[in-house]
Structure formats: C-alpha cells, structure tokens
Design a protein around this ligand. Structure first.
Ligand SMILES: NC(=O)c1ccc[n+]([C@@H]2O[C@H](COP(=O)([O-])OP(=O)(O)OC[C@H]3O[C@@H](n4cnc5c(N)ncnc54)[C@H](OP(=O)(O)O)[C@@H]3O)[C@@H](O)[C@H]2O)c1
Length: 251
C-alpha cells in the first residue's frame, strides 16, 4: 500500500473512536489525522484525551468523556461528533479490557465488566451511529475483536466469549446494513504493545501476560495501518475482517 493510496477515502472523514485515551485507539487517531481525517476521541480518562487533542490540533480532534457501558453517554459521544464536525462517517468500537483468569477464580466483577464493556459497549456504539449511517446511506463500523475471538485458551473464557461476540454481532450487522451502503469491518489483533495487560487483575496471570507482551508484542501502528487500509478502500469494497498477529506469536 502506498502512502498516496492510504489517503484515499480518509481525507475529511469524521471518525469516532472509543477507547482513544491509550493504546490502539490513540495510535489510530494519530494516523487518521495524518491522513486528513477528523477524530472524535472517547474514553473515561478525559485528561488523556485532552492531551491527545492538544497533540493533534483542535481543528482535527475533539475529546468527549464517555463510559461505554452507559448507552446514553455513547449516544452523546456521537451527538458530540455531529455537533462538532457536522457528521459521522466511521464508528470505531475499540474500547475494551482483557481480564484473563481461569473461571474457577470466580472473578465475578471482571466477568460483568468484560461483558458490559466489550460486548454491550460495542452494541451501544452501533446503536448510536446506525441512525446517522442509515439516513446518509453510507458509513463504516470498525469493531475490534481479537485473536481471542478466533481461538480459546485456558483463562480466556470470558474474554474470548466477548471477542467471539463482537464477530457474531458484526457479521449480523454487516448483512443487515447492506441495503444502506454501510460497511462493517472486524479487526482482530494478536499481542500489540498497549496498556491492555494492565487490565489483567488475576494474581499470577497478570505477571505472565505482562511478561508475554514484553517479549512478543508488536507496536500499535500495526493496528492503525489496518484501520487505514480498511477505510481507504473505495466505498464499494467492504473489508470484512483483518486478523493479524506478531510474527513470533504461536497462539
Ligand atoms: N493490545 C492487544 O494486544 C489487543 C489484542 C486484541 C484485541 N485488543 C483489543 O483492542 C482494544 C483496545 O485495547 P488496547 O490494546 O488499545 O488497550 P488499552 O491501551 O488498555 O486501551 C483500552 C482503551 O479502552 C478504554 N476503556 C476501557 N474501559 C472503558 C469504558 N468502560 N468506557 C470507555 N472506554 C473504556 C480505555 O480508556 P479509559 O480507561 O480512559 O476509559 C482505553 O482507551 C480492546 O477492545 C482490546 O480488547 C487488543
């Protein structure tokens, strides 16, 4: 992909990103702004979002504090995008956490949070953007799953269930929104260097995951380039899924 190709169909687009305060979301925002997009940054840590807006420029980016488990706030995020930049063309449902732990540890709060953020958060993002996409007869959903949405490991029951769900929801969504000219992309990364290992709370598991990431994870621009690739296709090309891993990752 040439740099010129990457710019096609991105310049001027308004892109809402949940989970934009760190990791994949923040890095994607940087790449999108370089390619000429306007980004609307959502997450709970407003100070992080504001620092990113400062870096990217107020003409290109705006911040909005949102907890994606709150359906009304996710709608308010999309409303903020439309109020600020006049429209929304891409919704990146990226916010997530990875509370890996064997089921027998009974980490109930983490099960709830994982389902509320990784599954319901994506549904609220779809619900918020869909009326706009339907009305304008165009738009693109980019929903973030994982390699864990394709394979299941010990300790990954709830996280994998959430990431398989993202694929299931996206597959149905893609079929349903075809009549409106809306594109649906699932991005499924392997280990990418972000703050995600910090969301593993289970004693023992957390150190193992941090160690694995330290030795195997690839930089977050790997993900951002996939977003740009999927967006930059002509409107009649719907990239449905990109699954990628570090070259060294066996799982
Ligand atoms: N990095 C990887 O290896 C990898 C692999 C496969 C899939 N993924 C997926 O990629 C996505 C992004 O993760 P990341 O790797 O970039 O990790 P990260 O650096 O920890 O970022 C996670 C983002 O999600 C946001 N978030 C978490 N809970 C939220 C909530 N309730 N409401 C709003 N925002 C919330 C966080 O912001 P606040 O804390 O400020 O709210 C943060 O911006 C996740 O869905 C993750 O499952 C990552």
């Amino acid at each position: 992909m040439t740099a010129q190709h990457a710019m096609q169909n991105i310049d001027g687009k308004v892109v809402v990103i949940t989970g934009a305060s760190s990791g994949l979301g923040a890095e994607t925002a940087r790449h999108l702004v370089k390619a000429g997009a306007k980004v609307v940054l959502g997450a709970r840590r407003l100070d992080r979002l504001q620092a990113l807006v400062k870096e990217l420029g107020v003409d290109n980016a705006t911040a909005f504090q949102v907890d994606v488990t709150d359906r009304e706030r996710v709608k308010a995020l999309v409303d903020h995008a439309v109020r600020t930049f006049g429209r929304i063309e891409v919704m990146i449902n990226n916010a997530g956490l990875m509370p890996l732990a064997p089921l027998e540890m009974l980490r109930f709060d983490e099960w709830n949070q994982c389902i509320d953020v990784n599954i319901k958060g994506v549904l609220w993002g779809i619900a918020a953007a869909l009326p706009h996409f339907k009305a304008q007869k165009s738009g693109q959903f980019i929903n973030v799953s994982s390699v864990a949405g394709h394979t299941i490991s010990v300790g990954g029951a709830v996280y994998s269930a959430s990431k398989y769900s993202v694929r299931v929801i996206s597959e149905a969504l893609r079929k349903e929104v075809k009549p409106y000219g809306v594109r649906t992309t699932v991005l499924s990364p392997g280990a990418v260097d972000t703050e995600l290992p910090a969301s593993v709370g289970a004693p023992g598991v957390n150190h193992a995951i941090a160690d694995y990431y330290q030795h195997n994870a690839i930089p977050a621009d790997s993900f951002a380039r996939c977003v740009l690739f999927a967006m930059s296709q002509p409107e009649n090309v719907d990239i449905n899924e990109i699954l990628f891993r570090p070259t060294v990752q066996e799982l």
